[in-house]
Design a binder for this molecule. Structure first.
Ligand code: NDP
Length: 331
């Protein structure tokens, strides 16, 4: 038997609770993992609260991230005792996920736990930190360098935003953090932001082209914020888009693309190939100071997940939430 958050839907009504389930209910997969830690991402909160169409089959165990220890494996890639990490691949959406004491998974979705991090640290980073890394790597690939000017990070207090600030600052970029919570300015400056601006400057309908301000942008907010970020990006700059915290729409014009050569780079972490994942986690290991992760992270028990999901969607969580599922098998 194992404990899990279980989401079900009956007569069009979603129910969610902490349940004790028989292992025979675990889905297909060639690796069974004892889950040590999971996390609560924006997408998990949408799944748990039913406020977004994340879950594709019911019943579903949410949790798009997990770190655990292999219990049994018929794959050549992993043996019992191996420490593994999973981000995405539709886990927690179409396949039972990490907010449970056990998971059965396709071995191709796993990567070995990066040696730079403990299991808890890897989940403090989670999909949010890994997506921030993919976003920063996209800016680098597009030739955005620290000497070109300020880089804007939107949704600054969120998981993606917090990590984007820390990573960019570590690489020497001058980071401007856009937030609706100006009272968290000390936290954002502690992560490495040089300046903090009110997100209201960016969240209302704006002009197709605005003053050229940003050499690059990491956006996790979408909607008018992304449109205004594009309009304010300097000639030849790049804007990465990974999220929709403000909205899924993009009420923009083509002016920044055709008049300023601005690039809009889409970031998806879910289906990213194995080699890219390993490369992003290697960079995270090089750039992040593990002790600094504590400031970004709050740890909760599995029992607190549902309540915390509501807080997260209400914008009351700063940084990242780690869910301690079982006593970790290593420090
Ligand atoms: P969080 O909930 O941790 O952070 C989102 C932040 O966005 C909030 O903290 C808040 O920052 C800001 N925000 C919230 N509501 C609004 C609003 N109405 N208008 C403007 N800003 C708002 O989420 P994550 O950082 O985990 O994820 C951010 C987004 O990125 C989500 O949409 C998520 O689904 C997406 N995502 C996509 C991935 C991909 O693979 N493409 C992977 C990971 C995340 P503040 O208080 O500072 O203003």
């Amino acid at each position: 038997m194992f404990k899990a958050i279980l989401i079900d839907k009956q007569d069009g009504q979603q129910q969610v609770g902490l349940e004790t389930l028989d292992e025979s209910r675990l889905p297909e997969g060639d690796v069974t993992v004892r889950v040590d830690y999971s996390t609560l991402n924006y997408k998990d909160a949408l799944a748990i609260t039913g406020k977004g169409p994340v879950v594709r089959t019911f019943p579903m165990v949410p949790g798009i991230d997990l770190v655990g220890t292999v219990e049994s494996s018929t794959s050549d890639a992993y043996v019992p005792g191996d420490a593994v990490l999973l981000n995405g691949w539709g886990v927690g959406e179409a396949h039972w996920g990490g907010l449970a004491e056990k998971a059965r998974l396709d071995s191709r979705w796993l990567i070995p736990l990066p040696s730079a991090f403990t299991p808890a640290q890897a989940m403090a980073i989670g999909t949010a930190g890994y997506t921030a890394m993919l976003s920063v790597m996209a800016l680098e690939q597009q030739g955005v360098t620290p000497d070109q000017g300020e880089v804007l990070v939107t949704g600054a207090n969120g998981g993606v935003g917090s990590y984007a600030i820390a990573l960019l600052a570590r690489l020497g970029y001058r980071v401007v953090a856009s937030t609706g919570r100006l009272e968290e300015a000390d936290y954002l400056e502690g992560l490495g932001a040089e300046r903090v601006i009110d997100r209201a400057e960016l969240s209302e309908p704006g002009r197709p082209l605005a003053k050229e301000r940003w050499a690059g942008v990491v956006d996790s907010v979408g909607s008018h914020t992304l449109a205004n970020a594009l309009a304010g990006t300097r000639y030849g700059g790049t804007v990465t888009a990974c999220g929709l915290a403000q909205g899924m729409d993009l009420p923009a014009s083509v002016a920044p693309f055709i008049l300023r050569g601005v690039t809009l780079a889409g970031i998806d972490s879910v289906m990213r190939p194995y080699a890219d994942r390993v490369a992003a986690w290697r960079r995270l290991g090089e750039l992040l100071v593990p002790e600094k992760l504590d400031a970004i992270t709050r740890t909760i028990a599995l029992e607190e997940t549902i309540e915390t999901a509501n807080e997260l969607l209400a914008g009351r969580i700063r940084g990242r939430v780690v869910v301690a599922i079982q006593a970790p098998s290593r420090p």
